[in-house]
Ligand binder design. Structure first.
Ligand code: HSE
Length: 297
C-alpha cells in the first residue's frame, strides 16, 4: 500500500501570475493499492460531493499518465482519498490531486521518473506550473515555462510568517476566472508586475517583509477578478487593518491570503471577530508554510 501526503498551494502571490506559488500546511492524503482488477475510488470526506469516483477522477487520470510513460501494466487500483484542501477555492486542490496521483503511481513504478519529469507531466495536466511546483517541492517556487517544459527554483519559507487563508463558501472555477482576463496588457502594467514580482521574491528570501505590501501589487489579474468575488475589498481592508504584511488573491480565487508575522497574535482573534458580522460566509484558516512538498508516508 502506498500513502502520499500533498500540501495545499497558493499561487500568483499578487504579481507572479502563472509563475509564483508556495505550499501551505494543509494536506490531502492519497492511499493506493494495486488490486486484481477494476477501479475502486473511495472518497472519505465531503469533497465526494464534487469529485468523480470513476475513470474521470483526476488522481486516477494522473496515475495513468505515469503508467503510460513508464510502460507499467497495472492490474486494478483501489484509491482512497482523504481531502482537506477545499475544492475550487484557489488553494490548489486540483494540483494536489494531480501531484498525489503522479507520486503514488511513480512509487508503484519504483520511482522511475525524476521529480523534474513529474513536474513536466503535472504542468501538462494542469496547464500552468504555479500550483503543481510548490505541491511537489514545498516552500516558495518560481517557475518559468520553456518549450521543453518548466524550469524552477524552490526555496524554504522562513518560519516567522503565517498565512491566513480567508476562504468563502462559494466556488470559483479557475477556467471561469481566467475568462475575465484581458488578452493584452499595457507595457507599463507589465513593468509594474515585473518589478513587483522581483521585489516579492527578494523580500521573501531576505525576510524584509516591510516591502511585501508594495510587492504584492498586481495589474494582471486581481482587479479583473474582483467582480467575481463579492466582498474582496472588505477582506483586504480587514487584513491590512489588522497588521497583515501583504494580502492577495490566492490563485484564481476566491480565497484571499494574508501574510502575517508570527508575533502578530491579535490578527486571528480580531479578524474572526470582524467576520462574525456581515462576512459570515468567509472562514479563516491560520496556516504555516510547508517546506516539504508531496511526501510518501
Ligand atoms: N495562475 C493561475 C490563475 C492559478 O491565476 O489562473 C490558478 O490555478
Amino acid at each position: 500500500m502506498i500513502r502520499v501526503r500533498v500540501p495545499a498551494t497558493s499561487a500568483n502571490l499578487g504579481p507572479g501570475y502563472d509563475c509564483m506559488g508556495l505550499a501551505l500546511g494543509l494536506y490531502n492524503y492519497i492511499t493506493v493499492e494495486e488490486i486484481e482488477k477494476g477501479l475502486v475510488i473511495d472518497i472519505l470526506d465531503d469533497s465526494k460531493r464534487f469529485l468523480a469516483a470513476d475513470e474521470r477522477n483526476l488522481v486516477y487520470r494522473s496515475m495513468m499518465k505515469v503508467f503510460e510513460k513508464t510502460g507499467y501494466r497495472v492490474k486494478g487500483l483501489k484509491i482512497t482519498l482523504d481531502n482537506h484542501v477545499m475544492v475550487t477555492r484557489g488553494l490548489g486542490s486540483s494540483s494536489a490531486g494531480i501531484v498525489g496521483g503522479l507520486i503514488a503511481a511513480n512509487a508503484m513504478c519504483h520511482n522511475r521518473l525524476t521529480k523534474d519529469e513529474l513536474l513536466r507531466l503535472a504542468t501538462e495536466i494542469e496547464g500552468h506550473p504555479d500550483n503543481v511546483a510548490p505541491a511537489l517541492f514545498g516552500g516558495l517556487t518560481v517557475t518559468v515555462m520553456k518549450k521543453n517544459g518548466p524550469r524552477y527554483i524552490r526555496a524554504d519559507i522562513k518560519d516567522d510568517l503565517r498565512f491566513a487563508a480567508l476562504v468563502p463558501d462559494f466556488f470559483l472555477q479557475t477556467k471561469k476566472s481566467r475568462t475575465v482576463l484581458p488578452r493584452t496588457v499595457r507595457h507599463k502594467d507589465a513593468v509594474f508586475n515585473a518589478s513587483r514580482t522581483a521585489l516579492l521574491t527578494a523580500s521573501l528570501l531576505t525576510g524584509q517583509y516591510d516591502h511585501l505590501r508594495t510587492a504584492v501589487g498586481d495589474r494582471l489579474h486581481q482587479d479583473y477578478r474582483r467582480k467575481l468575488i463579492p466582498n474582496m475589498e472588505s477582506i483586504f481592508r480587514i487584513c491590512y487593518q489588522n497588521g497583515a504584511y501583504a494580502t492577495y488573491l490566492s490563485g484564481a480565487g476566491p480565497t484571499i491570503v494574508a501574510m502575517v508575522d508570527v508575533k502578530n497574535r491579535k490578527f486571528e482573534e480580531e479578524v474572526r471577530a470582524r467576520l462574525r458580522g456581515r462576512l459570515r460566509e468567509w472562514h479563516l484558516y491560520m496556516l504555516k508554510a510547508d517546506n516539504e512538498g508531496a511526501t510518501l508516508l
